[in-house]
Design a protein around this ligand. Structure first.
Ligand code: 13P
Length: 255
């Protein structure tokens, strides 16, 4: 049965982007606007925190949403250098990525931390994009699904809903490497995650958006989007160039 979920195509600019890149963002916004009436997807770019406010003003009037890449789990307080969900919402963000593997690796973020961040995002009306994914060693050891199960169970708040929460499956070894799992392996993992979500959230579990992330490019987006349990993508490198991001958007079939 075809997946009924409306796809989301999301970019993650990571630690890239200053005001010099705002024209590129504008080109993305103009490009997704071109398909507004019959667009088969929603589009989002998660920019560095310093750019959120200007990015929102740059894309105003277009269907492109702007998100952040991380938020602190606390509402406010003595956390030098951190960004709260309220700050992102105040700047105009509608989404925030939490638990990206680069944050888990670089900053030692645990599933408990990620859940706290998702809760903080929800409290401010932000959609949390919760990232999960195994390392190469974990896949080679045959533990990919167990690892993702543990991350999902530990990172997703109990009250998460398909409206407040998106899940991104990003195998760590596929990020920025040009490597991707086989289509069969992506489908198997997404089907598996869907089963777990149904078990935990009942009928709502069928409606969470499940994004694939890791070396999505114009050349492979069509075949990845052809997997019925893939509800869009979280795109790093290829989201920095409007031509690439829009080519990926164009590869999303009508559902
Ligand atoms: P790449 O598309 O550059 O592999 O990055 C994926 C990613 O980490 C998105 O969050």
């Amino acid at each position: 049965m075809a997946d009924p979920v409306r796809p989301l195509i999301a970019g993650n600019w990571k630690m890239n982007g200053t005001s010099a890149e705002l024209p590129e963002l504008k080109r993305i916004a103009d490009g997704v606007e071109g398909t507004r009436s019959d667009s088969p997807y929603d589009a989002l770019i998660c920019v560095p925190a310093t750019l959120v406010d200007r990015a929102v003003r740059t894309v105003v009037g277009s269907p492109l949403a702007v998100g952040g890449q991380d938020c602190h789990g606390e509402e406010n307080g003595a956390h030098t250098g951190d960004i709260s969900a309220a700050m992102l919402a105040d700047a105009g963000a509608t989404h925030v990525i939490v638990g990206h593997s680069e944050r888990r690796a670089d900053h030692g973020e645990t599933d408990i931390d990620v859940m706290g961040k998702a809760l903080a995002a929800h409290a401010q009306g932000l959609t949390a994009i919760v990232c999960v994914g195994e390392t190469r060693q974990e896949r080679e050891d045959g533990r990919a699904m167990d690892v993702v199960d543990t991350q999902l169970a530990g990172s997703l708040p109990e009250h998460a809903t398909p409206q407040t929460t998106v899940i991104a499956y990003e195998p760590v070894w596929a990020i920025g490497t040009g490597l991707t799992p086989s289509l069969h392996d992506i489908e198997a993992m997404h089907d598996h995650m869907r089963d777990r979500l149904r078990e935990r959230f009942g009928t709502a579990g069928a409606l969470f958006r499940l994004l694939y992330g890791g070396s999505v490019k114009p050349a492979n987006a069509g075949e990845i989007f052809g997997i019925s349990s893939v509800d869009g993508a979280l795109i790093g490198g290829a989201s920095l160039k409007s031509d690439d991001f829009l080519a990926i958007c164009a590869a999303m079939p009508a559902r």
